[in-house]
Design a protein. Structure first.
Length: 188
């Protein structure tokens, strides 16, 4: 009978984990679009909880490493993105103009969407005190916000939420990294 060696078991577990990191990294790279946790779990043939743990470990590894890419999680979907500090070099390679800044109206609208999502245009207008159609159209065009459904109310108004592009634009890995609304109240 073969003798079980604790060091061998630990090596195999580490080896398997590294293999899963490699496979998930490949999936995110070739997909080009966010991939859901359940899809990743299905492909690597692991439980949702274990897959979530592996992805959490990968998020930490990418955050701490001196790598040019990072993993973003938005609404339970994962994707690869370049680190914000490398954006000028990437834009140079792709021949893009420096990122266009957002207007004051667009920033106000985006802040409302980010902190109140999902939210309707009417609610945005009420908070801002002015019409927000142009700001919403601009944010939709840039892909920073998206339509995420309709409110079950008369007229069924469109609901807006932030997109994965929002995270990339502001260099966030998830919406949990947004500063708390209380921190802004303290500044006033």
């Amino acid at each position: 009978m073969k003798e079980i060696n604790a060091n061998q078991i630990e090596f195999e577990e580490t080896s398997n984990r590294n293999r899963l990191y490699s496979v998930i990294e490949s999936l995110l790279f070739v997909s080009g679009e966010p991939v859901g946790l359940s899809e990743i779990s299905r492909i690597i043939d692991c439980s949702l909880e274990f897959t979530r743990t592996i992805l959490g470990e990968m998020l930490e590894k990418y955050r701490d490493a001196d790598r040019g890419i990072r993993i973003i999680c938005h609404e339970g979907c994962y994707s690869l993105a370049t680190k914000p500090e490398n954006s000028l070099f990437v834009e140079e390679l792709l021949g893009l103009n420096a990122r266009q800044s957002l207007s004051q109206a667009a920033m106000e609208t985006l802040a409302i969407v980010a902190y109140r999502q999902p939210v309707t245009r009417v609610v945005i207008d009420d908070i801002r005190g002015v019409k927000s159609e142009r700001a919403i159209a601009s944010l939709l065009e840039k892909g920073i916000i998206k339509e995420c459904g309709r409110l079950e109310a008369p007229g069924r108004p469109i609901l807006y939420s932030t997109s994965e592009e929002f995270l990339k634009y502001f260099g966030l890995e998830s919406l949990n990294e947004l500063p708390g609304i209380d921190s802004f109240a303290e500044e006033l």
